[in-house]
Design a protein around this ligand. Structure first.
Ligand SMILES: [Zn+2]
Length: 312
């Protein structure tokens, strides 16, 4: 089968590999779609791997083979899975690492892994009904958690981003206020909140300036959710402010596969019930052979861009 791996910075190469065979409790999935995750883009740009690095963890596809103990799936079933090395024609996963997709859910939209991330992070936000929530960064993942906190009962949702089209989409998806990050966000938010700051801040960019802004606009005893993926040099935080404000700080990434799967089931359920909109978010679809272009689009962010996937 064809499989794509990072061979040098910014360069995927095609490799010919054996089709993986499922173990007794595994399903083999013919990959239909694999999403490009922003967490992989920094790796793609900068890393010079000593051996080919197979990426891709946002996979949906069709069950093409099953192990002898598999109970929950049959050949032909449509699924989304928690997998690795998904920029390839086939992957194998334990049957517990797959969630079925309804016939109406396309493979492009039924991307369980990012939905799982967003739903698990939403659950870990301490959003109470009626709260004011600020979200810094309205990329693909920011737009997903925006919809999550809306469902949790946030009354005011303030979307903060530099891209006008991200703010426009945030409004469509439930933001009640938008602020362009190029403006004086701190002052605007203080005026909006009677100089108290907001109840919950979700940092969804993975950058130092967003952490600084979050620290300034959160209220005393507020809840700060670190949802962005922080790579590179260690961050600095204003501990005096965090301490004085008595903040609750949650790093809302999930590493326990069982919890991950609960988030995936919830995300797919909400998607299929029409409570989460993905169709405005998956904007750029490339053939597998153009996986490099898909990654480039995540960097250049052409007009209308929110999410790139490769499709087989
Ligand atoms: Zn991801």
């Amino acid at each position: 089968m064809k499989a794509f791996a990072l061979a040098s910075p910014g360069q995927f190469k095609m490799f010919e590999k054996d089709i993986p065979l499922p173990g007794d409790n595994e399903i083999q999935v013919k990959v239909k779609v694999c999403g490009v995750c922003s967490s992989e883009v920094a790796v793609w740009k900068d890393m010079d791997p000593s051996e080919p690095l197979f990426l891709g963890h946002e996979v949906s596809g069709e069950v093409s083979e099953i192990g002898k103990n598999v109970k929950r799936f049959k050949i032909g079933d449509r699924v989304t899975v928690l997998a690795e090395q998904g920029f390839a024609e086939y992957v194998c996963v334990h049957e517990e690492r797959a969630v079925p997709l309804s016939d109406d859910t396309t493979y492009e939209l039924g991307l369980g892994e990012p939905l799982a991330c967003a739903m698990n992070a939403t659950k870990r936000t301490n959003v109470q009904i009626g709260d004011t929530v600020a979200i810094i960064g309205l990329g693909f993942m920011g737009q997903l958690i925006l919809q999550g906190v809306k469902l949790k009962g946030a009354a005011k949702i303030i979307a903060i981003d530099t891209r006008e089209e991200a703010l426009e989409l945030a409004t469509e998806l439930g933001a009640t206020h938008i602020i362009n990050a190029k403006e004086d966000v701190r002052q605007t938010i203080m005026e909006m909140t009677n100089h108290q700051g907001v109840d919950v801040v979700i940092e969804a960019t993975g950058t130092q300036p967003a952490l600084d802004l979050a620290t300034d606009i959160i209220k005393i005893r507020g809840s700060l959710i670190i949802y962005g993926y922080h790579q590179g040099p260690p961050r600095t935080i204003n501990m005096q402010q965090w301490n004085w404000k008595g903040l609750d700080v949650v790093n809302a990434h999930e590493r326990d596969p069982n919890v991950y799967m609960e988030g995936m089931k919830l995300g797919i359920k909400l998607l299929e019930e029409g409570l989460i909109n993905m169709s405005s978010l998956v904007t750029h679809i490339y053939p597998l052979e153009e996986v490099n272009k898909a990654f480039e689009s995540n960097v250049s962010k052409p007009r209308g861009f929110f999410k790139a996937v490769v499709s087989l």
